[in-house]
Design a protein around this ligand. Sequence first.
Ligand code: NAD
Ligand code: DAU
Length: 337
Amino acid sequence: MMRLLVTGGAGFIGSNFILYMLRQHPDYHIVNVDSLTYAGNLENLEAVENHPNYSFSKTDITDAKGVDQLFRQGIDVVVNFAAESHVDRSILEPDIFVRTNVLGTQLLLDAAKKYGVSKFVQVSTDEVYGSLGKTGLFTEETPLSPNSPYSASKAGGDVLVRAYHETYGLPVNITRCSNNYGPYQFPEKLIPLMISRALQDQPLPVYGDGMNIRDWLYVEDHCSAIDLVIHSGRAGEVYNIGGNNERTNIHIVKEILKELGKPESLITYVEDRPGHDRRYGIDASKIIRELGWKPQYDFETGIKETIRWYLNHEEWWSRIQSGDYQAYYAKQYGTRL
Ligand code: NAD
Ligand code: DAU
């Protein structure tokens, strides 16, 4: 039986990935390893908590002993989602990003090398490439040029993964995906933040001129790409993942307001994010050509489904928006809203 170690499985993409993999491969055993930071939520996995092929371990990937113990049980494949993932938080507190995204990755690599695995997949991001001008796309050959403490820490993790392949022959892949959206995304990120605030008739903080561009992918399409990389990715290779859905932020915010029947007067332009990348756009032709990946969701369908999900899961996001979230929000936006 294939034993898959999924780190960060209680977060947004990790939990979607576990649900996806247990549907696609019910015979695989999935070990979910998560330290349950503010972003980790086991509620996302209630549907599988009693699944015979699912287990959970509350372990911090920066705890070398804890990580070693996990690998001692026998692990075939590692998929490393665990990370501090929010750019704005990285601007406020960079240190934890370096700890988890760089040191945590290195400890996982060390354990994978010590015990041996058939594949180590590092889930990275297009943000390591920096920012694009008006034209062009990120390819796997685009030089790394991260601009935020978050993307710099992800780039640090990526180059360590590469080095463990070159130096020790560890069979690795790095995936670099564009912005994900869908169910269970923490409401600090653009789409769930705007949906939840609009539903409460609160002002919607749009950074700068709202014309920054992100390339959006429905989370399930990211999961199917990682599944393919686990099974068919050539060792040592990087695969970009993206659905060719570039949109300005303001377009997305207006789309959400229209879908919810809320007024555009809720839009509030606020001070820009420092070092704010202007545009991301992914060239995903390598994974399409080599592994036959095909995204299933077009943006207009995906965003409508996502809005519906947040409408039907108000309890999920309202619980999150109490407590610590309020303190973060006050620190992040201060009196700007
Ligand atoms: P998330 O913040 O929703 O989830 C991160 C998870 O990691 C949480 O469950 C958290 O508890 C866990 N975690 C954090 N530090 C940990 C530690 N030290 N030990 C163990 N667990 C820890 O993030 P996400 O949006 O689901 O992103 C998952 C991964 O995908 C990240 O590596 C991120 O860089 C990458 N990524 C995200 C996107 C996106 O649009 N969200 C796009 C491309 C790549
Ligand atoms: O590109 C992949 C990356 O996408 C992932 O690696 C990151 O983990 C993920 O957080 C995401 O990073 P972004 O910075 O692109 O996502 P965020 O949702 O924070 O912001 C999206 C855009 O919306 C960005 O241009 C900033 C803008 N924004 C964001 C927030 C939270 C606003 O205008 N207002 C806001 O309140």
